[in-house]
Design a protein around this ligand. Structure first.
Ligand code: APR
Ligand code: ZN
Length: 251
């Protein structure tokens, strides 16, 4: 199966990747619905909804600051690096991710579409103020604030991530759907495929005649439509795929 999948990827003209929390699990970042998943320990309704932020912004910020610290301790793992390599080889044209951890870019991926935002970006709850903390070098400042305020209008700042019940960023969603319509292969890595509209991506590829290759440690909601299911850890499987693709291209 590895050989077959590598051949398909090597010969593809428009391959994309679609990733979820599972690709960052081996970097030490908890997934959401796995055994030690965040939503097993904490109630999403109390931490990741606009209502929760209205009710108790301090609690929500405590949670996001905890996640930021955890992500700052993490490094991209061989799965992130393999996708960046596949982009450099001209195989993967874009990485569409549900993750907010910035690890794809840290690994060197260029064309990354963040459907659920980015935990290192903040935005104002009133005015149009936005800030990418990695660019402004203010991560430590944010972590020191109990309730960060907008430098423009003084209102509360919030993480620029998509909370449950909120619409996805339009530009990113439109770009992702149009890539999915054109794709001849999608590499689905480490997602349970239960959160929409992101989870439509593999179905759009399938309906447009493309091939769905899934990498996961266990079957997910996407497995029934997968043409190939590579069971195992992304950090082990994706580097192997890169090796096979190289072998095939050098034959
Ligand atoms: N390699 C491959 N897959 C893995 C690994 C691994 N090392 N570890 C876990 N997985 C798989 C799990 O089997 C599971 O199917 O990753 C998936 C993670 O699923 P979720 O925790 O549901 O995460 P995700 O699909 O990204 O969640 C979607 O839900 O909470 C919201 O906005 C949040 O973006 C998130 C969205
Ligand atoms: Zn403001």
């Amino acid at each position: 199966m590895f050989r077959e999948v590598s051949k398909i990827l090597a010969k593809s003209s428009m391959a994309i990747a679609f990733t979820g929390a599972g690709i960052s699990a081996e970097s030490g970042i908890p997934t959401f619905r796995g055994k030690d998943g965040l939503w097993r320990k904490y109630r999403a309704e109390e931490l990741a909804t606009p209502e929760a932020f209205k009710r108790d912004p301090k609690l929500v910020w405590e949670f996001y600051k905890w996640r930021i610290k955890k992500i700052l301790e993490a490094r991209p793992n061989p799965a992130h690096i393999a996708l960046a390599e596949m982009e450099k080889m001209g195989i993967i044209k874009a990485v569409i991710t549900q993750n907010v951890d910035d690890l794809h870019k840290e690994a060197g991926s260029i064309n990354v579409i963040e459907l659920h935002g980015n935990i290192f970006r903040i935005k104002c709850t009133s005015c149009s103020y936005r800030e990418y903390l990695k660019e402004t070098g203010r991560i430590e400042w944010l972590l020191s604030q109990e309730l960060p305020k907008c430098p423009n209008c003084g209102s509360f700042l919030r993480p620029d991530v998509v909370w449950f019940g909120e619409a996805l960023p339009e530009k990113e969603l439109t770009t992702a759907f149009s890539l999915a319509k054109k794709a001849d292969v999608v590499l689905v890595v480490g997602t349970s495929g239960v959160v929409y509209p992101a989870a439509y991506i593999p179905y759009i590829v399938k309906e447009s005649g493309g091939i769905v290759v899934e990498v996961n440690i266990e079957p997910s909601s996407i497995t029934p439509i997968a043409d190939f299911f590579l069971r195992g850890k992304a950090g082990e499987i994706l580097p192997r795929l890169v090796g096979e693709i190289r072998r095939y291209l050098n034959e």
